[in-house]
Design a protein around this ligand. Structure first.
Ligand SMILES: [Zn+2]
Ligand SMILES: [Zn+2]
Length: 367
């Protein structure tokens, strides 16, 4: 099967023939229908997220189960599934405590043995999912069954961007009907957070970004107001909220500068929820006195506080009923060979999500 392989950190991906090993105990083989291109893939390619090579990147995919390893009990060949880069063990303290996204074994499969070979070299799959490929092998807990009549290309986006952005608003921030919300950063996750705020009944959803095209996308995704991050966002947000600031600021970039912006936009006593994945060498600080007198709650979150088995089917159901609009998140559909162009577009900052769509299997293959 063909897959986009990272041979060396910082270099473009190369589409190569990869021979997959058969699924081991508790694992399944999935033929991908589509995969989104997420900013974290760019961070892996560029070394911000450490990754051994050669590796197949990609972690936001959906497809059809084609083969079962031994001891798989919950899935069957032909099931339609959304892949999750977190595979909860269901036994650890976090899983038992309702925080499956923090499962102590949730990303063990990211560091598994090689899952195939490319040109004779052992190849690993990044983030345990390796969705920039026609097929992949994942643990059963990382493949969540969905309704077979839901479009698999849109379902792919649910595996990272949508559950992360919507989950940050609904599961972690707990936005209530009537609350005011600001979303800082309007990429795939930020736009999903905008949709999540609409779903939660926010009275005002202020999108903040420095790129006008992204502000337009935010409007199309449900933002009631848009603010150019270069034009005094604090003044603009205060003007929209009676001088107070917002009840909830959602940070969806992952940098100290945008966390500082989100902190400033929240009202006294409001909440700041940091969704973006920043760098280990980019500290954020505030004066100690402010932490007390501002009385703001600052919280991180992983994967939008998502339990994949609970939340992926829930998000699919919301999309089916029109409460979430996944098509609005797609900027363009591309082939696997154009995956490096998707990274270039991401750096240029003009787009929401590029969606790689794979050719459907030949008729003989499906029979
Ligand atoms: Zn992602
Ligand atoms: Zn666990």
């Amino acid at each position: 099967m063909r897959a986009a392989v990272l041979r060396e950190i910082g270099s473009p991906l190369r589409v190569e023939d990869v021979v997959l090993a058969p699924p081991g105990p508790g694992a399944v083989e999935v033929r991908l229908a589509a995969t989104g291109v997420c900013h974290s893939d760019l961070s892996v390619r560029d070394g911000t997220i450490p990754q051994p090579t050669p590796a197949v990147l990609g972690h936001e995919g959906a497809g059809v189960v084609t083969r079962l390893g031994p001891d798989v009990t919950g899935l069957a060949v032909g099931d339609h599934v959304v892949l999750s880069w977190v595979a909860p063990c269901r036994r650890c303290a976090f899983c038992l405590g309702g925080q499956a996204e923090l499962c102590v074994h949730g990303i063990d499969h990211h560091f598994g043995p090689p899952y195939g070979t490319a040109g004779g070299d052992p190849v690993v799959c990044a983030m345990g999912t390796g969705t920039f490929a026609e097929s992949t092998v994942v643990p059963e807990a990382a493949a969540i069954r969905i309704d077979p009549d839901f479009p698999l290309d849109l379902a792919a986006l649910v595996g990272c961007a949508v559950v992360t952005g919507v989950g940050a608003v609904v599961n972690v921030a707990g936005v209530a009907p009537g609350d005011t919300v600001a979303v800082v950063g309007c990429g795939g996750i930020g736009l999903s957070a905008v949709q999540g705020a609409r779903l939660a009944g926010a009275s005002r959803i202020v999108a903040v970004d420095r790129i006008p095209a992204k502000l337009e996308l935010a409007r199309a995704n449900g933002a009631t107001d848009v603010v150019d991050a270069g034009d005094d966002p604090l003044g603009a947000v205060r003007a929209l909220t009676g001088g107070l600031g917002v009840d909830h600021a959602i940070e969806a970039v992952g940098s100290s500068a945008t966390i500082a912006t989100a902190y400033a936009l929240a009202r006294r006593g409001g909440a700041v929820t940091v969704v973006g994945a920043g760098a280990f060498d980019d500290p954020w600080s505030i004066p100690a006195m402010n932490l007390m007198v501002d009385a703001k709650r600052v919280q991180g979150c992983v994967f939008g506080g998502t339990d994949p088995a609970r939340d992926i089917p829930r998000v699919i159901a919301l999309a089916r009923h029109g409460a979430l609009d996944l098509e609005r998140l797609v900027s363009r559909r591309i082939t696997l060979d154009a995956v490096n162009d998707a990274f270039d577009d991401m750096v240029a900052g003009e787009i929401a999500r590029s969606l790689v769509v794979f050719d459907p299997p030949a008729a003989t293959d499906a029979a």
